[in-house]
Write a new protein. Structure first.
Length: 252
C-alpha cells in the first residue's frame, strides 16, 4: 500500500475486530494451558507473601466458592501473561498501517522490546516490590492484631500490581518510539519533567490499591524510567535537519 493511501473507516474497524479476536484467542489458549497448573501457579504468586509471614500463618478463604474462582482467575492472569507477546504484536500491527515504510521496519524490534519490558516490569513487581511491600504491611501485626489475608483479596491486589508494573515499564519504549517519529523531543521531555512527575503520582494512585506505600513504590520507578526515556530519545530520536548555509550573493 502506498504511504499516502488512506483506508476507509470500516476497514479500520474490521482490522480492529480481527486483532481483538486474535488476542482473545491467544488468551483463551494460555488460560486453557494454565488451568491444569492453577494450584501451582497460585502458590508461585503467593510465594512473596508466604516468605514474610510467620510460621504457621496461611491465607484463608471466607466463602465456599472463593478458592475455586481464585484458582480460575490465577489461571486467567497466567493466560494473559503467556499471551502478552501476541497481544502486544496485534497492538503494534494495528497502528502499523498509519506509519511510513521506514517506520514499519521498526515494528518487529519494537514488539520484541515491548514484550521484554512488560515481562520485566511484572518481574520487578514480583521480586522487588512484593517482598518489601508485604513485609511493611505485615509489620502492623501485634499480639492483639492478627493478619488474615484472604485468597480473593490477595489475588486482586497482586494481579493489579503485576499488570500495572508491566504497563509502566513500557514508558521508555513508548516515549523513545514517539521521539523516533518526531512527535516528542528531548527538549520537550526535559521541559515537562515536573508535569510528568505529577502525572506519575496521579497514575500510580489510579493503578495501585488505595495506599501511599504502593503508590510511591510505583511512582519512583516511573520517574527513573522517564529519565531512561530521555536518554533513549536523545540516542534514537528524530534528528533535526541542519539548515543549509545561505549562498553568498555576488555583486552584479
Amino acid at each position: 500500500m502506498k504511504e499516502d493511501e488512506k483506508l476507509p473507516f470500516t476497514i479500520h474497524l474490521e482490522e480492529l475486530r480481527r486483532r481483538l479476536i486474535t488476542g482473545f484467542v491467544a488468551i483463551g489458549i494460555g488460560f486453557a494451558g494454565s488451568y491444569a497448573f492453577k494450584e501451582q501457579l497460585f502458590e508461585i504468586l503467593t510465594a512473596p507473601l508466604i516468605s514474610v509471614m510467620k510460621p504457621g500463618e496461611t491465607l484463608i478463604y471466607t466463602n465456599l466458592p472463593e478458592a475455586f474462582f481464585t484458582f480460575l482467575k490465577a489461571a486467567l492472569i497466567s493466560g494473559i501473561m503467556l499471551a502478552s507477546p501476541v497481544i502486544i504484536y496485534q497492538f503494534w500491527m494495528f497502528i502499523a498501517p498509519g506509519l511510513y515504510q521506514k517506520e514499519k521496519r521498526m515494528m518487529i524490534p519494537v514488539v520484541i522490546l515491548s514484550t521484554l519490558f512488560f515481562l520485566g516490569g511484572s518481574l520487578f513487581g514480583y521480586f522487588i516490590v512484593f517482598p518489601f511491600g508485604f513485609k511493611f504491611f505485615l509489620g502492623f501485626a501485634s499480639e492483639t492484631i492478627r493478619p488474615l489475608p484472604s485468597m480473593k483479596e490477595y489475588l486482586s491486589f497482586s494481579s493489579k500490581l503485576l499488570l500495572a508494573f508491566g504497563l509502566v515499564f513500557e514508558l521508555p519504549l513508548v516515549l523513545t518510539f514517539l521521539a523516533k517519529l518526531g512527535i516528542v523531543s528531548v527538549d520537550f521531555l526535559k521541559k515537562n519533567r515536573k508535569y510528568a512527575l505529577l502525572l506519575f503520582f496521579a497514575g500510580a494512585a489510579i493503578l495501585t490499591p488505595p495506599d501511599v506505600v504502593t503508590q510511591v513504590m510505583m511512582a519512583l520507578p516511573m520517574m527513573l524510567l522517564y529519565e531512561v526515556s530521555i536518554v533513549g530519545a536523545r540516542i534514537f530520536g528524530k534528528k533535526k535537519a541542519k539548515p543549509e548555509p545561505e549562498e553568498e550573493s555576488t555583486p552584479g
